[in-house]
Design a protein around this ligand. Sequence first.
Ligand code: FAD
Length: 449
Amino acid sequence: PSSIVWLRDDLRVADNPALLAAAERGAPVVVLYLLDEASPGLRPLGAASRWWLHHSLIALDASLAELGASLTLRRGAASEVLPALVREVGADAVFWNRRYSAARDVDAELKVSLREEGVAVCSFAASVLYEPWTLTTGAGDPYKVFTPFWKAALASEEPRAPVAAPHALEGHAAESELLEDWELLPTRPDWAEGLRATWTPGEQGAHERLEHFVEDGLALYHRRDEPGIEATSRLSPHLRFGEISPHQIRDRVQEGISPEAARNLATFLSEVGWREFSVNILFHWPDLATVNFRREFDEFPWGRPDPGQLEAWQEGRTGIPIVDAGMRELWATGWMHNRVRMIVASFLTKNLLVDWRVGEEWFWDTLVDADPANNAASWQWVAGSGADAAPYFRVFNPLLQAEKFDPDQEYIRRWVPELDTEEYPDPIVDLKASRDEALAAYEAVKAAK
Ligand code: FAD
């Protein structure tokens, strides 16, 4: 007998219940990563995520080698590739950690078909502290509002402690495709220089990031809204690819932190809670990236995006400094500060009147942390169509936001050095007039309610 561990959004060896269970079973193990761009309903990764994945897989393969195994790479529709691999290596058990996006339909079908062939399928909870079906309102419905959701989470059973990495794995040889053949990295042009300079994908990089945050960032976390300082963890891409688990993060911050850091602990954990909330929403509304959560927004008269304005937004040439700084940070590093994400998203949807799905797609392609739950939920949240969203009529003024959160223009000047020169463009839109237009357009939603 042999086992297959199918890794997906859990590219780590520590606190990986599926990997540990397979190791403890004792049989030889094939560790599979499957690039699935063929299953219906699965969204292909964006370009920045592909870059991240490439490096994360190299790091994972090195960690597995230390344990005595290696990574088997295959490409294709999971419903074909996995059963074929099972037959090829004579596996009688398959292990994986559960997913909560639409991809879970793929998993559910495989579970049935593999079991019909006499193959054991064992799935585990690994990527969230609270699986979506474990937290429901008194009436048994999913939570749609964050505060009661998180309150219920904190009052429920404590999440498990992280589990250790396997001591050793008996690797089972299976032929692997070559990572280079997947062409996940950009070539012409190579736009990844800023990404390479900013990030260390992989499990070790994730834990270094966490240690750095615990030592320097957490004590500053009450200033997390200021993009000019490094007060947040920047763990989001590591979490997205499962190089670190929320269990490990939660466990690490519970002890050995300074009193200044301890003051910010509950706030930090509640932000991790927003990730749990997004997963909960996505689980119950699987088409969250394309369909308005609040269906009355189907009536919203989004303008047709003006190609010139949309490009100016994407390239950071809108003439609104905080918006341009954010969009350039995104393009250069694959990441953007949360406060600035809210500002640029508000500007796109409310000042340019562009459908939130257009922005969601741009982020999907350019963010290294592009996440099916967080990206869709956050865009809808800003647009007003989402769960627990800010009321639509609360339109951010990006100039006032910048004054408040970047008072010394530290952030703006880092990304927009030509600010005071002739070169810097005038605003592409009148903030006041466009705000009034947005509010008028919102009447259609109110009427549909
Ligand atoms: P920290 O403040 O250190 O928080 C720790 C972790 O908690 C984060 O890594 C993240 O996993 C989670 N978290 C923090 N804030 C939020 C939040 N508001 N919503 C959900 N989870 C949160 N986050 C993504 O991970 N992927 C996305 O694709 C994504 N798209 C977004 C799009 C828009 C328009 C907006 C407004 C926000 C989006 N976010 C997304 C949420 C948030 O901006 C990032 O999670 C956060 O900026 C990551 O930085 P950090 O790791 O330093 O966060």
